[in-house]
Design a protein around this ligand. Structure first.
Ligand code: DGL
Length: 271
């Protein structure tokens, strides 16, 4: 196979800042790619939208992005979107598309007490995709599901500098605190949640938390490494880009923080 001497353009997409947790893992593994981090803040949160709505919306946002930028690989860094949008996206776009889905399989290999907790948006918890994942990989475990609409916002707020209200978080986790067997392995099934892992760990001090970030980064590396020379960054890849579908005060604040993530150029896109 011919190795392309040009940095690949990788799109990482989410409804909000959650995808940054995945982007971070990918960036650490593949620092020489060119990145576009896009988030659909106009319609955040995705966790309360229907499957049909999300399929149309995500397709249309990605289509708009492709009008401005060449994409060599896309990561849908959102469990809520990935669990419904991947087939339609893959049939529409010719570049490889990697989705993020709850890490049930690794959790089933890790749990000792055979009790796994899946923390995700309400939409992800209700998806047939998620039910099938559990049946396929964790049929021998008790899987406790907790679908919450508040957690992604708590994570967004934390990144904006608002301290997590531990009392509120504890109340949200109450259903699991009342269980006879508390999960020893907790799957963070929403890409926003690694931002509040520290606070969740304070509540479930004995539990191991798992997210899909590292596995996705490895998958991205393997796919790109087959085709591109990843040892060098070409000059066309010097600026990593942030796109959002709405511009407001929060975005303004966020952009300042994003230079810590090596995302240094902003553009508003209208889908
Ligand atoms: N980050 C998204 C996920 O992984 C969801 C957040 C939202 O509700 O928009 O599911």
């Amino acid at each position: 196979m011919n190795i392309v001497r040009q940095s690949p353009s990788v799109l990482v997409f989410d409804s909000g800042i959650g995808g940054l947790t995945v982007y971070n893992e990918i960036y650490n593994k593949v620092p020489n790619a060119h990145y576009i981090y896009a988030f659909d803040n106009e319609l955040f949160p995705y966790g309360d939208k229907s499957a049909e709505f999300l399929i149309n919306r995500v397709n249309s946002v990605i289509e708009t992005i492709t009008k401005f930028y060449t994409i060599d690989l896309a990561v849908i860094a959102c469990n809520t979107a990935s669990t419904v949008c991947l087939p339609s996206l893959r049939s529409k776009f010719s570049f490889p598309i990697i989705g993020v889905v709850p890490a049930i399989k690794p959790a089933s290999l890790l749990t000792k007490n055979k009790c796994i907790g899946l923390l995700a948006t309400k939409a992800t918890i209700e998806r047939t995709y998620t039910t099938n994942l559990i049946q396929q990989f964790a049929a021998n475990c008790s899987v406790q599901l907790l679908g919450l609409s508040e957690l992604a916002l708590i994570a967004e707020n934390k990144l904006q500098g608002i301290t997590v209200d531990m009392q509120q978080l504890k109340e949200l986790m109450q259903p699991w605190l009342e269980l006879q067997t508390v999960p020893d392995t907790i799957v963070l099934g929403c890409t926003h949640y690694p931002f509040i892992k520290k606070e969740l760990q304070m509540i479930f001090s004995q539990a191991t938390f798992i997210d899909s970030g590292y596995a996705i980064a490895t998958r991205v590396y393997n796919l790109l490494n087959d085709k591109y020379d990843l040892k060098q960054k070409t000059s066309d890849a010097s600026e990593n880009i942030v796109l959002s579908t709405n511009y407001n005060q929060s975005v303004e604040k966020l952009i300042k923080k994003l230079s810590n993530y090596n995302l240094n150029k902003y553009q508003l896109i209208k889908a």
